[in-house]
Design a protein around this ligand. Structure first.
Ligand code: MTE
Ligand code: MO
Length: 209
């Protein structure tokens, strides 16, 4: 009897210590899987249809560029961009391949980001440049009328090298190939622009239905 007590005491104490120890799974916030009654797709997945696979962007070195038809070209740090007002939205992204994903995004508004650079008159197109060389665009008119976002968290977790860190374009109503991941620069232009998939025959409008 005594020997059982001798083993149980320390074992229980050790288990309690492990549970309370910082860094044993408690540092990472838990992923949000249901939001306001809506079931979300998971953050982590094996599927990847991007042109060059995961990209590693260094947050400390990031200088997010805004150039082209702007009065004040910008080179913004990640911290500066995250100081803009945050919005939280559940959005479904439809890919032309026939699948779609509903996720919870924390984001800044594209309009607020562009405001920092002050768009000049005559802008027709917003071009997004990504770390993998991928590009796409949206018309200025469409961006004015809709809530386009730059997402930095999905389901409560900061984007990673698979999900598009530092930012993914969120363009509700547009097909997935407009939802540029690993965005590191924006150019405002007075000309139309065709991005990676658009040049390969996909619609530049890319309306979801
Ligand atoms: N930088 C970059 N962004 C990209 C792509 C890409 O290859 N590179 N693929 C696009 C396509 S075709 C789709 S369907 C979506 C997929 O986004 P998801 O990984 O968030 O599902 O990313 C879009 N954004
Ligand atoms: Mo896609």
């Amino acid at each position: 009897m005594n020997s059982i007590r001798l083993i149980w005491g320390p074992t229980l104490a050790a288990l309690c210590c492990l549970w309370l120890m910082p860094g044993t799974g408690r540092a990472e916030p838990a992923e949000i899987r249901v939001y306001q009654g809506q079931k979300l797709h998971p953050f982590h997945r094996t599927y990847d249809n991007s042109i060059r696979g995961p990209q590693t962007v260094d947050a400390k070195k990031l200088r997010f560029k805004i150039d082209g038809l702007v009065a004040k070209p910008q080179r913004l740090t990640y911290a500066r961009l995250l100081r803009l007002p945050h919005v939280r939205r559940v959005v479904t992204m439809p890919c032309v391949e026939g699948w779609s994903e509903r996720l919870l995004y924390d984001a800044v508004r594209l309009k607020d980001v562009i405001m920092l650079a002050v768009a000049k008159p005559g802008v027709k197109t917003v071009i997004f440049h990504a770390a993998d060389g991928y590009t796409s665009s949206l018309t200025w008119a469409w961006v004015q009328k809709h809530e386009v976002l730059l997402g930095f968290r999905i389901n409560g977790l900061v984007l990673d090298k698979k999900r598009g860190f530092p930012f993914q374009v969120i363009a509700p109503g547009k097909l997935g190939y407009k939802w540029v991941k690993w965005v590191v620069a924006i150019t405002l232009s007075d000309k139309p622009y065709r991005g990676y998939w658009e040049r390969r025959g996909y619609s530049n409008e890319a309306n979801a239905n």
